[in-house]
Write a protein that binds this ligand. Structure first.
Ligand SMILES: [Zn+2]
Ligand SMILES: [Zn+2]
Length: 347
């Protein structure tokens, strides 16, 4: 298993005996584990809050060493005595956004908003390993005929963009602007279509990623680095965007996204690149703007997403597979911005 032992250093390959599932736990043999951009932040141990400030994951309860990997598909190989409703041999997606299960947020089905999260691959051991423990069968979703490497990204990239798209009231009637055409952006674009979205305008600073977005079905693509990027969106949407989903979340992307809103528009921020945004206050009420954060997804959203994928097929996001042993090299590739779509590790 590849563990983060010291923040800022490469993951280390540690050996440990295969865990035995106790209580409601389920043991999976990992079949596929997607490498996500947030693995880089987790490995660094901090997020950039802008203005030289940092948010430390250690202060948020991350304890080392921890096995990373939160986009996991596995085969059930052992079941704890109290784990009901799972069959040995079933191929499952492990929903990683696990809460305390007792607080108000958890009880109303929003474990992703729990204040004491135990997310797999962040706060508890994840899937960059041969085996992993999932604490309860309620976090497991059958993948049916889906190839594991195509299903893995649904656990983070999929449910995160699905959760953001669900927050767009004008999805079917107006263009949706999506900032970022990396793995998350292409997933968002595909799910937007599967959910019956009107049309999508994709913004990215990288021409190769804009081309991938065009091939993925974007109605328009805009260079996010252009000085008039916000104005281009205002023109393309005939007056401004009703909804912008910002999958980058940098000072620059936030400026472009927020500045391109129409009266009544909604800026939904998902990406964790880091930075800050200064906004004038009177236009927020006068133009009835919404700034909303969206963090991963809930268990009901994951269930809904799996239903959607069963009906409409796996997302058309380019997926490359690499052996688990290459995890550090893949993370460096991702850091350098050289990944189109998703890289999924297979043990
Ligand atoms: Zn992720
Ligand atoms: Zn909770």
């Amino acid at each position: 298993m590849f563990q983060l032992c010291v923040c800022g250093e490469p993951l280390k390959c540690n050996e440990a005996p295969t865990p035995e599932p106790a209580g409601t736990e389920v043991l999976l043999k990992v079949l596929a584990a997607g490498v996500c951009h947030s693995d880089l932040h987790i490995a660094d141990g901090w997020f950039d809050l802008g203005g030289g400030k940092r948010l430390s994951l250690a202060e948020r309860g991350m304890k080392l060493p921890v096995t990373l990997g939160h986009e996991n598909i596995g085969k059930v190989v052992a079941i704890g005595p109290d784990a009901k409703g799972v069959q040995i041999g079933a191929r499952m997606l492990a929903h990683p956004w696990i809460g305390c299960s007792t607080c108000g947020a958890c009880r109303r089905g929003e474990e992703n908003l729990c204040r004491a999260m135990k997310s797999l691959g962040v706060f508890s051991n994840g899937g960059y390993a041969d085996y992993m423990i999932v604490p309860h069968p309620r976090y497991l979703f059958e993948i049916g005929d889906l190839p594991p490497e195509r299903a893995a990204p649904l656990a983070c990239s999929g449910v995160t963009t699905f959760g953001a798209l669900k927050k767009v009231p004008t999805l079917a009637t107006e263009p949706t602007v999506i900032v970022g055409a990396g793995g998350l952006g292409l997933m968002c674009l595909d799910l937007h279509q599967k959910m019956g979205g009107h049309s999508a305008i994709i913004i990215d600073v990288d021409p190769a990623k804009r081309e991938a977005a065009r091939e993925g079905g974007a109605a328009h693509v805009v260079d996010g680095g252009a000085s008039d990027a916000a104005q281009q969106i205002v023109d393309l949407t005939q007056g401004g965007a009703w909804a912008v989903i910002d999958l980058v979340g940098s000072s620059q992307s936030a400026r472009v996204g927020y500045d391109s809103l129409i009266k009544g528009g909604k800026y939904i921020i998902v990406g964790l690149y880091g930075g800050d945004l200064t906004v004038s206050l009177p236009p927020i009420p006068m133009r009835a703007l919404t700034i909303q954060g969206s963090y991963v997804g809930s268990i009901p959203e994951m269930a809904e997403l799996m239903d959607l994928v069963r009906r409409t097929g796996p997302p058309h996001v380019p997926v490359a597979t690499r052996p688990l042993d290459d995890v550090n090299a893949v993370m460096e590739q991702l850091r350098a911005g050289r990944v189109i779509g998703r890289v999924v590790l297979t043990p």
